[in-house]
Ligand binder design. Structure first.
Ligand code: FES
Ligand code: FES
Length: 164
């Protein structure tokens, strides 16, 4: 039987009727058309589906939509500024070639932003450990690590915007 779920997605209030088994990632992609959040596995391992729920990174394939009742959800579509200016972490991925095919990138960026917000200053070991739940099949990770370190630095230099 469908259940009504009300939450905030990228700053906008949203109400939808979902099945009890509907995953958060299905709500985002199939009901709201936010297809920047990817599905790369069915074993909760790849991290392509990472979004922020109440400010913390979450694999949205591991959470039921109804569990997000009342939550503030941010997807990759909600990270850039309203005028299209990229978030510092997005800009760092672009500048440091932290992507190739781009499939893992939304999840990587969302995880990296949470990592930077949680730790402030990052080092390579913390980044590699922090991104253990995000799999990239293209890059070999070196440029992703470089990008995350640079993005975290840029966020620290841009505190008002990073705290939005
Ligand atoms: Fe792979 Fe969620 S789709 S961890
Ligand atoms: Fe292709 Fe990471 S850039 S999977």
């Amino acid at each position: 039987m469908p259940t009504k779920v009300t939450l905030s997605v990228n700053g906008k209030p949203v109400t939808r009727e979902v099945e009890g088994r509907t995953l958060l990632v299905q709500l985002l992609r199939d009901h709201l058309g936010l297809t920047g959040t990817h599905v790369g596995c069915d074993t909760s391992q790849c991290g392509a589906c990472v979004v922020h729920v109440d400010g913390r990174s979450v694999k949205s394939c591991t959470m039921l939509a109804v569990q997000a009742e009342g939550a503030e959800v941010t997807t990759i579509e909600g990270l850039a500024a309203a005028d299209g200016t990229l978030h510092p972490m997005q800009a760092a991925f672009r500048e440091h070639h932290g992507l190739q095919c781009g499939f893992c990138t939304p999840g990587m960026v969302m995880s990296a932003v949470d990592l930077a917000q949680t730790h402030g200053q990052l080092d390579e070991t913390t980044v590699r450990e922090g991104l253990e739940g995000n799999i990239c099949r293209c890059t070999g990770y070196h440029n992703i690590v470089k990008a995350v370190l640079a993005g975290a630095e840029a966020m620290r230099a841009d505190v008002p915007r990073a705290a939005e």
